[in-house]
Design a protein around this ligand. Structure first.
Ligand SMILES: *[C@@H]1O[C@H](CO)[C@@H](O)[C@H](O)[C@H]1NC(C)=O
Length: 253
């Protein structure tokens, strides 16, 4: 017993060294007069979110099971209305809109649920690329609420979607549309709403980001921010190419 509390005490004092705020602020922002840190604006948060969409490539698709099972499916009778979150790939392949591109496999649960009338969200979180320990609760994560829309043949061709997607996911080359294993098609998640948790509430914005803010983020803004623990990236070549220099680590905690 004594040992346990001693261990707990040691843990508490070591977390203090990481400057972790009161747990009260994990999920809400404090009132303005209690802020010790300048909290990024909604727009700055939108820029961080768009950079996460650029640098990450795996997220969670959440949908809801329809009341009646899919025609050919056996399932427990009581899952109708239950939400299910499943890992899936995406690519930032329409970078001017920030609508993520997804390769929808027709027989996958998420897409069957959508076909049966479910709404859908894509949730992402930022994974630091360095080896420094950070509380995962301090790191940005968000959910994109939207609807799926098929990409036209013209969209796919003009935006070089397959090349972009396979650059993010070389293995997806096996299930591109037209493959012999699974029926698949290109869709975009048209972003309607964004729910953002930037990190601890005393120093990060937590709340909704209006669609207009999401859409108004420019390529230069996405290039100019750095996320916590972001390494000099594979995108730096592109940054040099478009003539933007190294940016300061403004969002480092
Ligand atoms: C999907 O979301 C809309 C609101 O955006 C809501 O009106 C509708 O009922 C939802 N559909 C389902 C199947 O839950």
């Amino acid at each position: 017993m004594y040992l346990q509390s001693a261990t707990l005490l040691a843990l508490v004092s070591s977390t203090a060294a990481f400057n972790i705020p009161s747990p009260r602020l994990l999920f809400t922002n404090p009132s303005a007069d209690k802020q010790a840190f300048p909290i990024p604006t909604v727009h700055e948060s939108a820029v961080q979110a768009r950079r996460i969409l650029r640098l990450e490539n795996i997220g969670t698709l959440s949908t809801v099971f329809p009341t009646a099972p899919h025609a050919t499916e056996r399932r427990p009778s009581d899952v109708g209305g239950a939400p299910i979150g499943l890992m899936d790939y995406f690519g930032d392949c329409e970078p001017t809109t920030g609508n993520p591109t997804i390769l929808a496999i027709t027989i996958a649960t998420s897409f069957k649920n959508v076909d049966a009338g479910s709404n859908i969200t894509l949730s992402l979180r930022w994974h630091p690329q360095d080896s420094q320990w950070r509380s995962p609760a301090s790191l940005p994560r968000f959910s994109l609420v939207g609807r799926l829309e098929d990409l036209s043949a013209e969209d796919v061709k003009s935006q070089l979607v397959p090349a972009c997607y396979v650059k993010h996911h070389p293995d997806a080359a096996w299930w591109l549309p037209g493959n012999r294993i699974h029926e698949s098609k290109w869709v975009r998640l048209v972003v309607e709403e964004v729910y953002w948790i930037g990190g601890f509430g005393d120093r990060a914005y937590i709340g909704w980001i209006p669609k207009e803010e999401w859409l108004s983020v420019t390529p230069q803004e996405i290039e100019s921010v750095r996320l916590p623990g972001e390494k000099k990236s594979r995108w730096s070549g592109w940054r040099e190419w478009i003539g933007i220099g190294e940016a300061p680590e403004v969002f480092e905690l």
